[in-house]
Ligand binder design. Structure first.
Ligand code: ACM
Length: 270
């Protein structure tokens, strides 16, 4: 099975140009699960909700979903991509998942980073999407960027059945690429982190995105580790059986719910 990331430099606020770049790259790939960065049609840095509102799209009704559905059908792809979602007067930092048969679903980011909280509403649900692809049943959990920092997100996706976590990102801090092999190991699944490159400026701020997209295996291996400025679509071949072959020592084989109930569950309990 093929897993891919598209690492590139979205042009800030230029949705139409970003569509063209995304289309060009996706059309060069076939028969793969491809993950794109967070907010990949608009760029990242917005000072207010008003500034982003007209660039955000409805999911699934917007043009970007339509474009991805056409490419997924023609090139036999599963695509997971981050974009700004508009629903009535609210904005969400969302990711869509699309298969060759069309739109499957969306995830709205739970752990909003830094000033994202001034613009986006917080998502309230996690999802694992069940797809039949290239003759296999695959369960894909989705999280977005800063969600990686909270190990309970990946663990819950695993408990919900995920065997792959798709992780659209706009990372600015250096830690996530180091942590992802451990998320993959502790949850016995594959992770696909698609980060962007480049810098963005606003009146008050400049952000540099770190690239370094990674695909990790349940054995804590980097199957792919890009540089800070690699640009393009990059693919690895995985053995879907490996998940089953990794050690069973780690967890879930014992039901520790009764014990855990007696342990502090919230920092306020200390
Ligand atoms: C992030 O969550 N975009 C760092």
């Amino acid at each position: 099975m093929r897993l891919s990331v598209l690492q590139f430099n979205p042009i800030h606020k230029n949705v139409q140009e970003n569509y063209k770049v995304i289309e060009k790259y996706l059309k060069s790939e076939n028969n793969s699960i491809v993950v794109l960065p967070e907010l990949c049609t608009t760029g990242y840095l917005f000072e207010s909700k008003d500034e982003l509102y007209n660039l955000a799209e409805e999911i699934p009704g917007g043009k970007f979903c339509e474009l991805l559905c056409n490419i997924a059908r023609d090139n036999n792809l599963i695509i997971v991509a981050g974009l700004a979602e508009r629903e009535k007067n609210k904005l969400f930092n969302s990711a869509v998942i699309i298969s060759p048969d069309g739109y499957i679903g969306k995830y709205r980011k739970i752990n909003l980073f830094y000033k994202e909280k001034l613009i986006f509403e917080r998502g309230e649900e996690l999802h694992v999407f069940r797809v039949n692809f290239c003759g296999r049943n695959i369960q894909i959990g989705v999280m977005i960027c800063f969600d990686w920092f909270f190990p309970e997100i990946a663990r819950r996706l695993k408990i919900m059945g995920a065997s792959i976590i798709a992780h659209p990102s706009n990372l600015v801090l250096p830690y996530c690429p180091k942590a992802m092999p451990i998320r993959a190991l502790e949850n016995k699944l594959y992770t696909i982190t698609a980060n962007r490159i480049g810098t963005e400026k606003s009146e008050n701020e400049i952000l540099k995105f770190i690239g370094q997209s990674v695909i990790c295996s349940p054995k804590a291996e980097y199957l792919l580790k890009l540089s800070e400025d690699d640009c393009g679509i990059f693919t690895v071949q995985i053995d879907p059986e490996i998940e089953e072959k990794v050690t069973n020592l780690n967890y879930l084989s014992e039901d520790l719910r009764e014990l855990y109930k007696r342990l502090p569950a919230n920092f306020l309990d200390f």
